[in-house]
Design a protein around this ligand. Structure first.
Ligand code: FAD
Ligand code: EPU
Length: 294
């Protein structure tokens, strides 16, 4: 054990920190049982962690985790995967900045703050998404103002088979979707940015933030369902009269019907029951946006 290892933790042979933690503490919904969490700081530790069945956790902002936790080890990216290098690389041009590496474990809100201060544009549409960079890239998080792939140049992706680099232009992506296979881990990315001014970047971010005015400020994993076609999932659930419906400690938000919130003591089972109720009552094929573990 090193001086910085928490007293209840052990370390793997390469030095990854292994703890048994309630995932409720690591998710924005605040739900999820105890699981084996591997915190990895470099590629050697990540490679070791990937030698048994695993899941990767980002900001935990799109997850409903079982009250029993998960059987697989849960990998968290820190250390080398949580650093930000925005300096220009040789691939930059006078019009376009291609940055150094930004870790998959970097919190997206902090990255956006730095981009705003530096007057660097292209990712403003993701303002207000409470993710880590890797999680936001994996599902191409965004808003109607823009999404993660707008500002991506190159991705470094790890799988049990090894680490590869891919140009973002070679990966298909769409609304809340990228072609990165499940289980492949976005370890770092290089950004593709446009030189602008702090004032202009701030203005764009404020527009994306304004669109959130109706969203609840409570424990939640964000929108439950993707918007089907041109319709709004929130409007459909609202029109079905479900706002404010409560099962156990979970409730369909009275502010915005596509948000399920934890009103204090929600369990994953409560959330699943509400999701099933919505599917039953809204007569459309509703595609879940968040992920259920397991
Ligand atoms: P997690 O929730 O930790 O994980 C989600 C999935 O990503 C899992 O499959 C996980 O294995 C995978 N993953 C995580 N990290 C990596 C990695 N490094 N490499 C590969 N896969 C990884 N989303 C939007 O798109 N737009 C919004 O406007 C928006 N608003 C939100 C508002 C609130 C209040 C909340 C709570 C959520 C909102 N979300 C929104 C949903 C959520 O923030 C996004 O889905 C985000 O991309 C999840 O990222 P994460 O890092 O938290 O991933
Ligand atoms: N509406 C209702 N009742 C409701 C909720 C919404 O009638 O209970 C109506 C609104 O009045 C509006 C329309 O539905 O006319 C759309 O609502 P809103 O503007 O809130 O946008 P949204 O489509 O519900 C999307 C994203 C959000 C993103 C916002 C802002 C999806 C599923 N949701 O919400 O993303 O933050 O736009 O850009 O795409 C997320 O993905 O987790 C998420 C929060």
């Amino acid at each position: 054990m090193t001086a910085t290892t928490p007293s209840h933790a052990t370390t793997s042979s390469t030095g990854a920190v292994i703890e048994h933690l309630p995932l409720a503490r690591l998710t924005t919904l605040g739900v999820g049982g105890i699981s084996e969490v591997w915190t990895v700081n470099n590629h050697a530790q990540l490679h070791e962690a990937m030698q048994a069945p695993y899941r990767v956790l980002g900001g935990g902002s799109n997850l409903v985790v079982s009250d029993q936790g998960v059987r697989e080890r849960v990998i968290r990216l820190k250390g080398d995967f949580a650093t930000t290098d925005l300096s220009p690389t040789a691939e930059s041009t006078p019009d376009q900045l291609i940055t150094g590496w930004v870790g998959g474990g970097v919190p997206l809100p902090g990255l956006l703050r730095r981009l705003r201060e530096a007057g660097l544009s292209n990712l403003e549409g993701t303002a207000g998404v409470p993710a880590q960079v890797g999680g936001a890239v994996w599902m191409n998080a965004g808003t109607r103002y823009g999404e993660m792939f707008d500002g991506l140049h190159r991705l470094e992706i790890a799988s049990p088979g090894g680490v590869q680099q891919v140009l973002a232009s070679e990966l298909p992506w769409g609304y809340r979707h990228s072609a990165i296979p499940r289980g492949h881990i976005v370890t770092r990315v290089q950004l593709k940015l446009r030189y602008s001014t702090p004032a202009e970047v701030a203005e764009h971010m404020n527009s994306a933030d304004l669109a959130r005015k109706g969203q609840p400020k409570m424990k939640t994993p964000g929108c439950a369902f993707k918007n089907p076609g041109g319709a709004s999932a929130g409007k459909l659930i609202d029109e079905a009269g479900l706002k404010g419906t409560r099962i156990g400690g979970a409730m369909i938000s009275p502010d915005h019907a596509n948000f399920i919130v934890n009103v204090g003591d929600a369990t994953a089972a409560d959330v699943h029951a509400l999701l099933n109720l919505i599917r039953d009552r809204v007569g459309t094929d509703m595609e879940l946006e968040y992920e259920l573990w397991p």
